[in-house]
Ligand binder design. Sequence first.
Ligand code: PEP
Length: 259
Amino acid sequence: MRKPLIVANWKMHGTQTFVRRFIAALEEGKDALRQPEAEARVVICPPFPYLLSLVEQLGTGLGAKVLVGAQDVNAQKDGAFTGEVSASMLSDCNAHYVIVGHSERRHLCAESDLLVAQKFAAAQIAGLTPILCVGETLRQREQGLTLEVIAKQLQSVAELPGVDMTRQLVVAYEPVWAIGSGKTATPQQAQEVHHFIREQLGEAGSRIQLLYGGSVKSTNAKSLFAEIDIDGALVGGASLEAQEFLNICRLAGATCSVG
Ligand code: PEP
């Protein structure tokens, strides 16, 4: 059975003080982190410098409800790659998840489908759960290419030797035009793509958590979570405000139709 999942992507935001205050707010609002009828799992992906301190501050109390993920990983095991971070380092620091293929990295850092696939494989090999982001640009949607683009992004990962698409992964559908833009896909638009992704994943599709990402807020989350194939959200901007983030977590626990 799939459980709701909410992932915070803090991007390049935050300070040590921000992290401390966020944890204090989570502690106060922890009722939101576990719902009796449907446990919502929560993951926070901070910038690298705050990852270990976040793990330590969550401790064993909040840490049972909130896991930590990274926003990126290098595809290589180790070596002379100045400035890079390997999957085994993330695992060593008790991260459990890592985002791969975020559109900001695909577009701003020119990450190819192949590189994304290699990062996905490196994450799985190190025992991390990759959160694979896929999504079309506005132009591709207007040209009617949405499903073709998503299929290609999924296929390039599935085809890489060493990748196992039947275990330990999350897919986030993030239409590029909806990220940080204030525009959200309608629940119907999102559901159509989520259903397609599930089909593309074959037999494992019914077990894999599929998240929607793109300007999710507490005001639009409920209608998105009500869709049968939407298991939660990857939240950028709204994850920087603790109360707003907790409200989204509450809505996921109460609304996501767990399949
Ligand atoms: C994201 O960064 O993955 C994202 C969805 O951002 P936002 O919620 O700000 O659109």
